[in-house]
Design a protein. Sequence first.
Length: 367
Amino acid sequence: MGAPHDSRTVLTLDAGGTNFVFGAIRDNEEVIEPICLPAMGHDLRACLANIEEGFDRAKAAAGSVAAISFAFPGPADYPVGIIGDLGNLPAFRGGVALGPMLEGRFGVPAFINNDGDLFAYGEALAGFLPEVNAALEANGSPKRYRNLIGLTLGTGFGGGLVRDGRLIIGDNSAAGEVWLLRNKLDRDCFAEEGVSIRAVRRAYAAAAGLSLEATPEPKDIVRIAEGAMPGDAKAAREAFRRLGESAGDAVANALTLFDGLVVIGGGLSGAAPLFLPALLEELNGKLASLEGGSVDRLELKAFNLEEPSEKAAFLRGGTRQVTVPGTERSVAYDPQKRTGVGLSRLGTSRAVALGAYAFALQQLDRP
């Protein structure tokens, strides 16, 4: 399992609420300079015209292309290529057959997924997952991982699942929708209300006694927490601790059903030193029984792979030699159930682009 090396070119798009950035990838490398056009999300005609223009210019710069593949916000029927009612691109309300439109216009297959899925796929093929497996091999461990949960923390809380080199989309294009898990700290709310930019700002405002309008953006709340900017440092640290606890509960629920490594990206991932300890504490915490006892939150022990001593313990595991019955031969055995949590190795945008590229090639090569 690894990133595909292929001479075919795939056009890509990074679709934001403000700007669309078009590119082209061949053999896992960007082959043109990015092309940026305004999203025009309130005007469907203008928005679609800019999408066509962006891909026209990208194709002219890249030459012959095999497919178009990109992430686009949901809700959507991704396999069919129909975009539903978007919050940040309201012109798409009512459903727009974007994929079929692009296939007709450019004469190549068009594949659309969400960014959480493609982020996870890129990190599984060319980033976090192969890096961890290479480190395990270098340390003489027999342990290898084939499954990955990818999470993006930013304006929203996105997720993706990769099993044994294949992206899990689900029967309704709805696999990995972690944002709709229950919010541990506000039980009637969904997880994204505790794991997002707005969640950090809201928590800081409450702890610091500020109005939301007077509350700084998370990048400044990070600086306040670090003592690099005036403000309520205790409130700043608490805002990110709450994010970590909320995210940790969501990750624990995901790991209960999908056993693998966990990689985190998105705009808030830069604040990882402030929230990863609470996230790991949640994963390694306890749940109560009605008899007054407790059980581990997970069957797995979770390790913070951004912390050197924890990474060393994770790589070391519990490896020992076990004798094959009836012989003098022994085999390496690592019985310790564990997962590792770490940050994107590719950068979120590049992981999404490489995921889109790999997905397109996989679909093109299907029998």
